[in-house]
Design a protein around this ligand. Sequence first.
Ligand code: HSE
Length: 332
Amino acid sequence: MEDNKIQDLKATTQLTHPLGGGGASVHVFAPATVANVVCGFDVLGFAVNEPGDEVIMRMTNKPGISISKITGDDGRLPLDPAKNTVSVSVQHYLQSVGRTDIGLDIELHKKMPIGSGLGSSSASTVAGLFAIKTLLGDDADPAKLLPFAMKGEEMACGHGHADNVAPALLGGFVLIRSYEPLDVVRLPHPAGLYCAIVFPDVDVPTREARQIIRKNIQMKDAVTQWGNIAGLVSGLFMQDIDLIGRSMKDVLVEPVRSMLIPDFYKMREMAMGLGAVSFGISGSGPSVFAFTKDDETARLITQKLQQHLTSLKIGSNTYVSTINDAGPKVIG
Ligand code: HSE
């Protein structure tokens, strides 16, 4: 996202409440997200109920941003506010609203694995942006925070894609119709859609998972892919879970990235055999996810895939969720 786009927001963002001064604080949760949704590389994503990250932000009397604590990251994330995606995004936001005079202290509590393909950096960044928006009483449309969140993504993995940050910020199912100019569309979804997520404990950094993708594609593959994206979006509008399922096929990215995921095709066969509607890579992986029509099937799939990974001596985390329509929320 270009800086001039962020500057444009300055004129449209109204702060309706004055600052509370030093001492005011807020505790925010922001959800994990499943980006791509198999066929929509960089353009589709949805939020889940769990896991998610938490930020506690306090106003201080000393101008500038500090990060006093990060938990749940095994010491992997920087406390230096110039290098942390949360503080950098918040700093961009403060510049855009002309409030670099204030002081903030941030605590980041990671509640999900880093490099999981579940939008870990996005959840942290969105929690931070929602916290500062809340502290400043900025009642502008949350979508206005997107360019700042994308700055965080750019820093985390070298590319400012929005298919994690947009659903983390807006909740629900989101289409990035265009990046230039940014045009984000919230999509409906059937109520009875469950998501089973399995995170195999192997490292797949998004930056690297993006580098291995083919740069050129065949027209016939493009035709298959855009037919599937249109089918998926139609299925969401029509509440047709079977159409959603048969549209979630990826001939562009999955054939390459699946190599980074232990026993990907075996896990897909197992999940589909157990009644999944669809199965694929969550974001850039290594997490995988399945849509199901009920909670019980989703739990059975996570249990069986976890057992399979254990038999391969690979640890895993599992989650079962409906689609989270709420996005970030103040929890304290
Ligand atoms: N669309 C991004 C990618 C999501 O697949 O690289 C990263 O979580």
